[in-house]
Ligand binder design. Sequence first.
Ligand code: DAH
Length: 354
Amino acid sequence: MTPTGRAAWEQAYARAEAAITDAGVPKTADLVKLDEVRVRLSGRNGELTALLKALKDLSIEDKRELGPKGQALKESFEAAIAARKAELEDAGDAAALEKDAIDLTLPGLRAPRGRLHPLTTTLHEIARIFQLMGYSWAEGPFVEDERHNFSALNIPADHPARDSQDTFYLKDLPLLLRTHTSTVQIRAMESQRPPLRVACPGRVFRHEQIDATHSAVFHQVEGLVIDENIGLADLKGHLQTFLQKLLGASTKTRFRPSYFPFTEPSTEVDVKCFFCPGSGCPACKHTGWIEILGAGVVNPAVLTGVGYDAGKWSGFAFGIGVERVAMLLHGVRDLRDFYTNDLRFLNQFDEDLV
Ligand code: DAH
């Protein structure tokens, strides 16, 4: 044993102890400073580390006696560091929680909710009623050929009816944008054998001057029923039932003679004005009646054209304008309101027709 060695070690121990006291671990204010203190004293070049390293120059007996003392000093220092670290971290968490505190009693923010467009809800309602009446649902393409839009519907090339439906033709192609959903009755008959009972919704296109009651793009639902012994009485029954379900049980209907090349006889159907008691108002153009759809008994020429035996099968067809129905149901006076996406208009419709 070298007394100098032991004495020097004990002095170093006393300095390290004093350094620990000086460092003031329990009062160190933040985690960064605390770590600096830790590195300074027990890091690779720290005083406590040097103290333990210096044990190797001592005698075995001194090592036995002083080794645990040095170790205990280092451990108590590190324990003090760990304790302070935990304290500072807890305080930090508490501060962060305080800062980010959420008041659970505050009312939540209401997320803006979309709603179905009134034309969609009207179409859903029309579909629901036809479904109840046993109709299936079929759709066809917007771009059509002249056959499906005109000739198969008994509208020949030189027929004035073609003028009445100002048509958008595709450039350099023998195709057009369908002017009515009657195209889909032809497609339904071409793809199915009779009997059939089908409703065909969709968008149609006409080269129209746009105003409060005309649009170049609008929607129709076409109906077609083909069976044995179907006639005008069936047509009346179906349409009356449909209109009463759509507009109310007390809806009065009127069937006026009309003309469509694809039906014979043809009729236009009016409903008693429900804006005035039949006495006349702007909505019914002072007639007491509002025209709502076109219909008729399918012309045998149309049946023959799709390969149906016109001696065996007969039927009726009708076409109804979706915008027209939505305007009547909701008292909308300008058709253009449906297409301008003005939320002040759209927000007025609730969803009870969905
Ligand atoms: N296609 C006609 C139109 O666009 C509506 C129509 C009338 C459809 C009579 C029919 C019908 O099926 O029988 O105005």
